[in-house]
Design a protein around this ligand. Structure first.
Ligand SMILES: NC(=O)c1ccc[n+]([C@@H]2O[C@H](COP(=O)([O-])OP(=O)(O)OC[C@H]3O[C@@H](n4cnc5c(N)ncnc54)[C@H](O)[C@@H]3O)[C@@H](O)[C@H]2O)c1
Length: 255
């Protein structure tokens, strides 16, 4: 059985490939050739965490895989990542196990790539300034993804953790070739920004509609727990949900 580690995936997968693959999968879903039952989640309330199962099948691509993902927001205090995942890949014709993949890096890349697809189609083409609220693993890959598809010049960042904000600016500034501006608050970060990303573990909205400029398409990543909120409800187009599967958003997502 093939095992591919996070490190090996990081060596071979580019963000551009991740964005293109996510766009192709969305296309299959829209054409009805993808199967993706709602994520099944066990909340481990005692330890403020969750473990979810996420199976999916792409008929056109001929790919069958299930992700097992655990999300423990208190993990960083123990020196561990919030989000850790593994992916089981089956042969679609026989159901036999083909491969096991570390899924942590892929999860961050895939989630970032979704924002890349959204930015590719929804962001103003002349976007120059992006705001990122939440400087953890997801914030980094979302920032990477939107900078792949937009001609950004400046990224304003805000995080409750000064250390997180500094780490983000030091790592992502040179990597993306962008000026990083640390903001004193979320409201300061989003003021007049062309694109806004939220990737926090906050239970309360970190951005409200009143603070957003008129051009902003709201690239909110959406918390995976109902109690996690990125955008205020009125900040989401239509006030109900941004992108993603409808039943998943209504039943499981935050905002
Ligand atoms: N939608 C998806 O597919 C998907 C996939 C994976 C993770 N997630 C979600 O993404 C979120 C972030 O995950 P991560 O792995 O980047 O976590 P992380 O712990 O690495 O980063 C979260 C960051 O948010 C910051 N933060 C928390 N509250 C804040 C606030 N009010 N204002 C500003 N910053 C704040 C924290 O200081 C931290 O730096 C989690 O809620 C997770 O559930 C979503």
């Amino acid at each position: 059985m093939l095992y591919i580690s996070d490190e090996e995936i990081a060596e071979i997968l580019t963000m551009r490939e991740a964005i293109d693959a996510v766009e192709k999968a969305f296309g299959e879903y829209a054409r009805g050739s993808a199967m993706m039952p709602p994520r099944s989640t066990m909340m481990i309330d005692k330890h403020n965490g969750s473990v979810s199962l996420m199976p999916s099948y792409l008929e056109e691509t001929n790919a069958l895989a299930t992700k097992i993902i655990s999300i423990y927001p208190d993990n960083p205090r123990k020196g561990l990542p919030t989000t850790v995942a593994w992916i089981v890949v089956n042969d679609p014709e026989t159901g036999m196990l083909d491969a096991m993949l570390d899924g942590t890096y892929l999860t961050a890349m895939r989630t970032g790539a979704v924002s890349g697809v959204a930015a590719r189609y929804l962001a103003p083409k002349d976007s120059r300034v992006a705001a990122v609220i939440g400087c953890g693993a997801q914030g980094k890959t979302q920032a990477w993804a939107i900078s792949e598809v937009l001609g950004l010049e400046e990224m304003r960042v805000f995080d409750l953790s000064e250390e997180g904000m500094n780490g983000f600016a030091e790592e992502m500034g040179p990597k993306l070739g962008l000026d990083m501006v640390k903001a004193g608050s979320g409201a300061e970060a989003v003021k007049d920004a062309d694109v806004v990303l939220t990737a926090t573990t906050s239970r309360n909205p970190v951005v409200r509609r009143e603070g957003l400029g008129g051009r902003v398409p709201r690239g909110g990543r959406g918390g995976v727990f109902p109690r996690h909120r990125g955008l205020g409800t009125r900040g989401i187009p239509g006030g109900e949900g941004g992108g993603g599967r409808h039943e998943g958003l209504l039943g499981q997502g935050g905002g």
